[in-house]
Design a protein around this ligand. Structure first.
Ligand SMILES: [Cu+2]
Length: 333
């Protein structure tokens, strides 16, 4: 992140003011739709990159795919064993500024310091123990999608400075988002409090090159939509650094629509088609297509192979999302 951005953020009220306002999604800086600069915010808006094909926002300086690998590539599936395992997860909540695009740092709410939160992975039937420590100034929670006891649902606020422990048995297999769920929880989710839990079937899935792609919208734009859309919390990262996969080998995408700024969002892959497993909860694909549409917090597992060397574009088919940071590439190599 540029030093200038930090200084500007601090000069504008900084952490104290941000914490006191419990961090809705108010912008530290204002960004204009389509990555254009808005008058008076010249240095703060994401730069237009119209010279590049199909996207309008660059990632923050210093942010690389290698540095964010753990937020893009899920941990490996656990070896299949007869006995269910116990997974202990620590999630802490922090209120902090997070860079999401070039020259755009926003006051955010995070799990473990990143947007999105860590990718969690277990196997159906495993015991999951999530300890949430609220280091923030206002109440937060962790609410998991999927199936669990009502007492572990994460709707009860965890006060500032407090802790809560959620215990559940992972089910059903599939891909399930988790997110904060206090009060106007959409504010907290928009500010960064969301992540992905992958629950593998007990008999496993075929070996594949796996990625998590979680779409989110950030910052109110002038037209009521988000000003910036990101895959995995950073605008334009996969446009600058394509996701590389070997030609002809199975690719699996855990796709999550964590975007609450729009009624729906889609994922479109160019020059190839994919199997869609909605919510990932069944073994047979629901459809075979090149566009899948998801409402907020809906998700799907996509499987495909890229048959020849080359670059394969992907983006939401909502043009404003594609232009404002959510365009990327797979590169078959
Ligand atoms: Cu919260």
């Amino acid at each position: 992140m540029r030093r200038r951005s930090w200084l500007k953020w601090l000069a504008g009220g900084g952490a104290g003011a941000a914490a006191a306002s419990w961090f809705g999604v108010r912008a530290a800086t204002r960004a204009h739709p389509d990555g254009e600069r808005e008058p008076g915010t010249a240095a703060d808006a994401p730069r237009s990159t119209r010279r590049a094909y199909g996207h309008g926002a660059e990632p923050p300086v210093g942010v690389t795919l290698a540095g964010r690998r753990d937020l893009v590539v899920p941990p490996p599936a656990r070896a299949q064993t007869a006995a269910p395992a116990t997974h202990e997860v620590n999630l802490w909540v922090a209120e902090q500024p997070v860079p999401i695009a070039r020259d755009l740092v926003v006051p955010s709410l995070t799990y473990n310091g990143t947007i999105p939160g860590p990718i969690l992975r277990c196997t159906e039937g495993d015991a999951v123990v999530v300890r949430c420590r609220n280091l923030g100034a206002v109440p937060h929670t962790v609410h998991f999608h999927g199936r669990h006891g009502a007492q572990a649902d994460g709707w009860e606020p965890v006060p500032a400075g407090g802790e809560a422990t959620y215990r559940f048995t992972a089910a059903p297999f599939g891909v399930h988002p988790y997110h904060c769920h206090v009060g106007h929880h959409d504010d907290h989710v928009l500010a960064g409090m969301h992540g992905v839990l992958i629950v593998d079937p007990r008999d496993g899935r075929a070996p594949a090159h796996e990625f998590v792609l979680a779409l989110s919208g950030h910052q109110p734009g002038a037209d009521g939509r988000a000003a910036v859309y990101t895959w995995n919390g950073v605008a334009g990262l996969f446009a600058r650094e394509p996701l590389k996969v070997p030609v002809g080998e199975l690719v699996r995408v855990y796709l999550v629509n964590a975007c609450l700024t729009d009624a729906a969002a889609s994922f479109h892959l160019h020059a190839a088609t994919f199997d869609v497993y909605r919510t990932g909860t069944r073994r047979a694909p629901d459809e075979h297509t090149d566009v899948v549409t998801l409402g907020p917090m809906e998700r799907a597992i996509l499987e495909f192979r890229l048959p020849t060397r080359g670059r394969y574009l992907f983006h939401p088919h909502q043009p404003w999302m594609a232009r404002r940071g959510a365009t990327g590439w797979f590169a078959a190599v």
